[in-house]
Design a protein around this ligand. Structure first.
Ligand code: GAP
Length: 507
């Protein structure tokens, strides 16, 4: 299988089976906008729920808000996005197609050019004789393009506004009230999940570079003098993370450094305990979601790659079939945003901490739901000669957790199975009922969308009150009493027991 084709195969399943499809598809769509179908939405919700549990609900000092997606120009003037939130673009002199300069360079000559100044980009294009990807025409000089979507507010217009390019700004501009809610006591975190919009020059790679996407962000406010006094440090100290330091990048790295959080801090590879906490928990979260830890790492971005507000970025990158892809950005935003908004709005953002007045510093983990979802799809995709493809989703992320099939529609089997399906739903499982087609076909359809367990009702079920459970990963089957079904599915889904512990495999 070639690398490019893996993404195409995944797109094919996503379109056919209700995961993800282009927005306004019947009208030809617009590049960079996608809609999540029934299964994509269930998965997206599971990713958000897991993030919320780990990062918000488990931490007494973190609360979530829901801010406005459209904000006035003054916000982005102060935050620096109007001046600096831009990507370099080059236009073809012949066919007028637009390309992101660093991407057309990396496609043509495999040079990492993100964040380089315009003159350097022009020089690389010229030195390597890089041409238009569509018509081979000559490329014009690179120009900066601001990525924000502009809107006018009100019936007479006149009030300029922008769709937020990150959810973070709502939190900074509402800091005074939020700090008041937290009784002006540091540290505290404010979280938010929601849409962000970027007018990407060349949206590409399915849902990996789009113009509307969901972010899950936390702005963690802390006293910089206490950056190594994180409340939960003892719990994460021994967790191992994969790192790619700046030094490794300069020397040309092939394998990330596996290191405990404690060692990473001691060696100054990780800047402080707040960043360390997020790196440790993100590692744990991705593993739960079915992304093996040997395919991702935190890269300390070079200065020229980091966003304008960041004093250091430690981005989580995954090794995907299309190359390395950032799926989480971890930024040390210092007091940059709070100072900018305090000054521009004339609002005091000082907090009294240990008898001194300070503007808190911020550590920010920013997780892209779509990119995490794509990484899960790719890492769970299986094409192993079964005759159909399947997803090896852990139950934690599987859009449907169990399927119930009557062997036949007649003789009361369908009614029995339907009731059982609803019992499972009532018990909290995402259950799916399928009555049509041969049983083998139904197993294949369930595998294709990654349902971990299929329960079949046959004549013995009516006579003896037992059902078969088929395990997606091994295709083996066992028979269990129907009254044990919920417990068995529960223990299997939670990983508390192995399939074979519940019975002998059926021939
Ligand atoms: N508030 C910080 C921030 O927005 P970022 O690195 O620009 O940082 C964070 O974005 C995450 O948002 C990325 O790691 C990625 O998962 C997601 N993201 C950013 N741009 C995206 C795009 N055009 N398409 C899909 N996801 C995107």
């Amino acid at each position: 299988m070639t690398e490019e084709r893996l993404m195409d195969k995944i797109i094919d399943v996503c379109l056919r089976r209700g995961f993800i499809s282009p927005a306004a598809e019947i009208y030809g769509g617009v590049g960079g906008f996608y809609e999540y179908g029934p299964l994509g939405t269930l998965m997206m919700q599971k990713i958000i729920d897991l993030w919320r549990q780990i990062f918000v609900l488990d931490d007494d000092r973190v609360y979530e808000i829901a801010g406005s997606v459209l904000l006035p120009e003054s916000v982005f003037q102060a935050s620096g996005h109007l001046d600096s939130f831009e990507d370099p673009q080059v236009q073809c002199k012949s066919c007028k197609s637009m390309f992101r300069a660093d991407e057309i360079i990396s496609d043509a000559v495999n040079i990492k050019a993100e964040g380089l100044p315009l003159e350097e980009l022009d020089k690389i294009v010229e030195d390597n004789n890089i041409k238009c990807q569509k018509c081979q025409g000559d490329l014009d000089k690179a120009k900066q393009f601001n990525l924000m979507f502009k809107a006018e507010v009100g019936s007479t217009g006149g009030i300029n506004a922008y769709l937020r390019p990150e959810t973070a700004q709502n939190i900074f501009i509402n800091f005074k009230r939020l700090a008041g809610f937290m009784r002006n006591k540091l540290p505290f975190g404010i979280a938010q999940v929601g849409s962000a919009f970027r007018n990407e020059i060349s949206p590409r790679n399915f849902i990996l570079r789009v113009r509307e996407f969901q972010q899950m962000e936390i702005e963690m406010f802390y006293d910089p003098d206490k950056e190594n006094e994180h409340e939960h440090y003892e719990e994460i100290r021994e967790i191992e993370v994969n790192l790619v330091t700046r030094e490794m990048q300069e020397k040309g790295w092939t394998k990330p450094l596996k290191i405990t959080i404690e060692e990473g801090l001691e060696k100054k590879h990780i800047p402080n305990q707040y960043m360390a906490f997020f790196m440790a928990m993100e590692t744990e979260m991705l593993k739960v979601l079915g992304i093996p830890e040997d395919v991702f790492w935190f890269r300390h971005m070079q200065d020229h790659e980091a966003p304008h507000y960041s004093a250091g970025n430690y981005d989580l990158e995954v090794d995907l079939s299309i190359g390395h892809m950032e799926i989480i950005g971890n930024a040390l935003r210092t007091d940059y945003d709070l100072q900018k908004h305090a000054k521009a709005s004339g609002t005091s953002y000082e907090i009294v901490a240990d008898n001194k007045k300070i503007v808190p510093h911020v550590a920010e983990p920013s997780l892209g739901v779509g990119r995490i979802l794509y990484a899960i799809l790719e890492k769970c995709y299986q094409d192993d000669g079964r005759g159909w493809t399947w997803f090896k989703f852990p139950s934690t992320i599987a859009p449907l957790e169990v399927a119930v099939f009557p062997l036949m529609k007649k003789d009361g089997l369908a009614e029995y199975a339907y009731d059982l399906h609803h019992d499972l739903k009532d018990a909290g499982y995402l259950s799916f009922y399928d009555v049509s087609g041969k049983i083998g076909k139904r197993y294949a359809r369930a595998d294709e969308i990654g349902i971990p367990y299929c329960v079949t009702i046959d004549y013995d079920s009516l006579k003896e009150g037992s059902v078969t459970i088929r395990d997606r990963d091994t295709m083996k089957q066992i028979r269990v009493p129907v009254e044990d079904l919920e417990v068995v599915i529960g223990e299997l889904s939670e990983g508390e027991a192995k399939f074979e512990e519940f019975g002998d495999f059926l021939p």
